[in-house]
Design a binder for this molecule. Structure first.
Ligand code: AMP
Length: 395
């Protein structure tokens, strides 16, 4: 069900507590190396500020211990960067529920913003503590969740805070609304054929995604190292490829459950070493010689997968087809990415490595949606219901 959006509520003169995902990568000196997550939150931020809202931004950064400030995890650099991006002053409070936050929030004027210090400096954030949540909620007139990357978690700022808002408005930001639209609504009601492409290192990370997508997709194409565990399950030879022997029984179950829907590679691009300049050969799937390892799908598989994608109306992709960081073992991933970009299908790219691959290859503008959440996007593809989203107001 669609959730009420930040654009549906009157923000003028109201304190809007917005949970964002400012968990940005930083170098050793603390400089932000990629500000994409801050930039992605700007539409929701601008929407509040341009309508005269008083904006309080909260986020976590990294994994501090929850026992007070740890300077390397301070959100201060994100407040500075946000100010630069917005071209206006953004204040920063040196605590989250302490006197500095309180006085800066009380002093906010219409159209002004403050970033509070890292939520996770407080034990209450991970513990879902009601007193901690009550303090944050008590300052706010409106709660907005625009932190998709954390939506599968039940941290205080995601669940206890909106719960503590009582009957006050609890809405989604534009980023979360878009993720729900594609990763949940489109998938629940797909145009067919609906094709999923799943790759990456391990079957174990994606068991529930494969299970769920097998129940709703017309085809689930498998690539990446996880294909070799399926190959083992079929009695194939996998050489020294990355496999999970303890998941062979499960792979057998998935093969039986999937039937013709589950599509496995027919050839494999192998190397005799995990490096770009190793000796290479393409072999039939399940025939990887001893001392060799599968590092990518082979060209026949890439062509077959591209053909299946070209006929799809909805495509979901999560996980690379091979070691795409190490050419020429990026070829399978490139072929699939190009097929998705060339197709007219609604195309949804799961977060993490596939999102990085589609951007690196320059196809990000040719797909419908690139998810910003790694774990959250996988959880949504597993069909998981997120408490942090469910408790927000319906549209
Ligand atoms: P994941 O995080 O599960 O999506 O896995 C992504 C990682 O899987 C990437 O770093 C790839 O290099 C790796 N990967 C994909 N295919 C293979 C393979 N055949 N052998 C080893 N690693 C692989």
């Amino acid at each position: 069900m669609a959730k009420k959006s930040i654009s549906d509520v009157d923000c003028h003169g109201k304190v809007v507590l917005m949970r964002v995902d400012f968990n940005v990568p930083q170098d050793d000196s603390g400089a932000i190396t990629d500000d994409r997550r801050i930039r992605m939150a700007i539409p929701s931020i601008e929407s509040v500020l341009s309508r005269g809202g008083r904006l309080v931004l909260v986020s976590h950064l990294g994994r501090p211990k929850g026992k007070g400030p740890e300077p390397e995890f301070s959100l201060h650099p994100t407040a500075v960067r946000l100010g630069e991006l917005l071209g206006r002053t953004v204040q920063f409070a040196t605590d989250t529920v302490g006197p500095d936050a309180e006085s800066k929030i009380k002093a906010l004027k219409d159209g002004e913003a403050v970033v509070l210090e890292n939520l996770r400096f407080n034990a209450g954030e991970k513990d879902g503590d009601a007193a901690f949540a009550g303090k944050l909620a008590g300052w706010a007139d409106i709660y907005c969740n625009d932190a998709f990357g954390t939506c599968h978690r039940e941290d205080a700022s995601m669940v206890a805070v909106p719960e503590a808002m009582g009957s006050k408005p609890k809405v989604v930001g534009f980023l979360v609304a878009k993720e729900i639209e594609y990763l949940s609504d489109t998938i629940a009601n797909p145009k067919r054929p609906f094709v999923a492409i799943l790759g990456g290192a391990k079957v174990s990370d994606k068991i529930n995604v494969i299970k769920n997508l097998l129940t709703i997709c017309d085809s689930v194409l498998i690539g990446g190292a996880m294909a070799y565990t399926f190959s083992l399950a079929q009695g194939g030879k996998t050489g020294k490829s990355l496999v999970e022997p303890d998941k062979v029984a499960l792979a057998k179950e998935l093969i039986a459950a999937g039937g013709a829907k589950l599509v496995l590679p027919s050839d494999t691009h192998c190397g005799d070493d995990f490096s770009s300049n190793c000796n290479k050969q393409v072999v039939a799937a399940g025939h990887i010689p001893d001392g060799w390892e599968g590092l990518d799908i082979g060209p026949e598989t890439a062509k077959r997968y591209a053909e299946i994608v070209s006929k799809a109306q909805t495509v979901v992709w999560n996980g690379p087809m091979g070691v795409f960081e190490m050419p020429p073992f990026d070829e399978g991933t490139k072929a699939v990415a190009k097929a998705i970009a060339d197709s007219n299908a609604t195309s949804i790219i799961g977060g993490g490595d596939s999102a990085a691959a589609i951007e690196q290859l320059g196809f990000a503008d040719s797909v419908t949606h690139v998810s910003t959440g790694g774990g959250a996007s996988l959880a949504m593809l597993e069909g998981e219901k997120f408490k942090a989203v469910e408790l927000l107001d319906n549209a």
